[in-house]
Design a protein around this ligand. Structure first.
Ligand code: BTN
Length: 330
């Protein structure tokens, strides 16, 4: 199981306690030399972290840059969390594409790729996903679950649940999910999830779960998008630390994933239903050229939407949902 890098471990110590940390004690705690601590502190400074050093008092973390650097996320993650190893890119075509390339090359379960900017960000149904440099959380996780194909769609639901849980627990933000995996806030899209997978002999070989979460985009930027969109900044009036938020989402994702793999799908489907934007409402589901219409009456543990059409309930495994009440608005 991947552990945080030395930089992540040193930063974790700097974030804890009363703020001042002797090099000697840190070296002892981490089982490395004082020289190795000093070298790691230098590498953190080179990445933009401000760390003061005073004789006899030791190191103190003064500030962190507004980036999603691996050490900043790792320092806030528990051992064994999804998200490790973590790779950071100033710019990349798409974290999902890079994750698929790395998964093909054998990258381990839990690997996370995060970018400040994507030149070819991809959404569901071949749409583009846009976000300005350094403002959004754009990341993908490689999962290698022991899972039959029938249950793979539940991974979608897990990540949108993880985003909602993290926002509620740490930011008091009450977001909702539009099946399968759009996260909505104040009736506008806050985050989207793109899950892609490959299979062999009816089992998942690997899945890539990609998340685009609007964090610090200004209202004026959101207004030029072709769909109504929301950001955490626009909703709460303050900027959010993206590295901390990513660590919180990964912690929630880990707990949900472990629970799901241990057979807790039914419970998670209930929580998913509680956070649903569409439960009990009349919806239209577009599946390619076909359109279905009915009432969203529930969600199956493997992720399907239960749609009631003319009194008959059937599971829907994929599609794009719109609310009848929103006709013409999205
Ligand atoms: C959607 O709502 O259509 C899904 C959007 C998913 C966007 C994210 S951003 C990080 C990852 N990389 C991509 O190219 N897409 C996903």
């Amino acid at each position: 199981m991947a552990e945080a890098s030395p930089a992540g471990q040193v930063l974790r110590l700097l974030l804890g306690g009363n703020g001042e940390h002797s090099g000697q004690k840190m070296a002892h705690r981490l089982g490395i030399s004082r020289a190795a601590v000093a070298k790691t502190v230098s590498s953190l400074r080179a990445q933009g972290l401000e760390i003061s050093a005073a004789p006899r008092r030791g190191y103190r973390l003064v500030s962190e840059p507004p980036l999603v650097l691996p050490a900043m996320v790792e320092a806030r993650l528990k051992f064994g969390s999804l998200g490790l190893p973590l790779h950071h890119f100033q710019e990349i075509d798409s974290t999902n594409l890079e994750a698929r390339r790395r998964a093909e090359a054998g990258a381990p379960h839990g690997t996370c790729l995060v970018a400040e900017h994507q030149t070819a960000g991809r959404g569901r149904l071949d749409r583009r996903w846009q976000a300005p440099q350094g403002r959004a959380l754009l990341f993908s996780i490689i999962l290698r679950p022991t899972l039959g194909l029938r249950r793979v769609f539940a991974l979608n639901n897990l990540i949108s649940l993880a985003v909602c849980r993290a926002l509620e627990k740490h930011g008091g933000v009450d977001a909702a999910i539009k099946w399968p995996n759009d996260v909505y806030l104040e009736g506008k899209k806050l985050a989207g999830v793109l899950t892609e997978f490959t299979s062999r002999a009816e089992a998942v070989e690997y899945a890539v779960v990609g998340v685009g979460l609007n964090v610090n985009q200004e209202p004026a930027w959101l207004a030029q998008l072709d769909q109504p969109a929301m950001s955490l900044l626009a909703a709460t009036g303050h900027a959010w630390e993206r590295a901390t938020l990513l660590a919180q989402i990964l912690e929630e994702m880990t707990a949900l994933y472990d629970h799901f793999m241990a057979g807790g799908g039914e419970e998670l489907a209930q929580e998913y239903a509680q956070r649903s934007l569409i439960l009990g409402l009349e919806v239209k589901v577009r599946q390619g050229k076909a359109m279905r219409q009915g009432k969203a009456v529930g969600f199956a543990p493997e992720g399907a939407l239960l749609l009631e059409e003319n009194g008959q309930v059937s599971p829907i495994h994929h599609g794009d949902v719109s609310l009848l009440a929103w006709e013409g608005k999205t």
